[in-house]
Design a binder for this molecule. Sequence first.
Ligand SMILES: [Zn+2]
Length: 137
Amino acid sequence: MGKASSSTATKISSFVLMIIFVTLALSLTVLIVALNAFFAEQEVFAGYLLLIGFLGVAFSTYLLFQTRRRILSLRIEVPQITTTIECRKCGFKSVREFQRGDYIFKEVEPCQKCNEKMLITAIYREVREKERVRFPF
Ligand SMILES: [Zn+2]
């Protein structure tokens, strides 16, 4: 779920970024042409081109900020789930990212200190505030 939505975000953003950079490149070209026209004493023509060029730059900058904001908000939507693993013998604790198939009291990899089997003791979602869904052991 999380992976799918983040890859979609990357796809959207790379497509939009391409459009933004093409628009930006075109606008800069138009600005250079405008400058040439200005030096060729075609002020009215240069004025129009200048307007189009600036509008293009403004539009692509606006799009760039919008895309950034959208990517950031998509990233925040994906909750971070953490799994706490504890050794029942020596009390060694380790925290790692939640993996598919994790459940409370599941036996996982042996303890780094005493080689005893470790148990998953908590699975919770990392939320910025103190609002945690926690399973007491
Ligand atoms: Zn241990």
